[in-house]
Design a protein around this ligand. Structure first.
Ligand code: AMP
Length: 121
């Protein structure tokens, strides 16, 4: 699949996809992987990412539509895996400085396992 060949040599999440940085996947298929956040902000905090390198949700294009749906479906599977499907969870895309984006490889945060404040801080 062509999209899985897209890689940024400097990207930490591309290195996780490639197995160069150890990470325990809690979901994986041919297009998507998920793993727990190294610095969790909630009892359940996972990252769902495409194997292919896309900078962030703002860089997603129309032809990425199926991939974005696959990410959301994977996130819902991760919610079941992490035991928060019934209690509830939040899915977050961070974009840019005001959102605190630190990793520039598309990732969907799944947060749950405690009541989450709204609006977020
Ligand atoms: P963002 O602020 O949306 O860019 O979030 C990036 C997230 O990636 C942060 O919550 C980090 O804790 C997380 N992170 C960075 N490096 C790793 C890693 N090697 N394994 C797991 N999570 C990571």
């Amino acid at each position: 699949m062509a999209e899985s060949l897209t890689r940024d040599e400097t990207c930490v999440f591309c290195r996780i996809v490639a197995g160069e940085i150890p990470s325990a996947f809690i979901f994986e298929d041919e297009r998507v992987i998920a793993f727990r956040d190294i610095n969790p902000e909630a009892p359940a905090h996972a990252l769902i990412i495409p194997r292919t390198h896309i900078r962030d949700i703002a860089a997603a294009e129309a032809h990425d539509g199926d991939l974005l749906l696959a990410l959301v479906q994977a996130a819902n599977a991760v919610a079941r895996h992490e035991g928060v499907a019934e209690s509830g969870y939040r899915l977050v895309w961070n974009v840019g400085p005001d959102a605190g984006q630190a990793v520039f490889h598309l990732h969907l945060h799944l947060l749950g396992g405690r009541p989450l404040q709204w609006p977020p801080g």
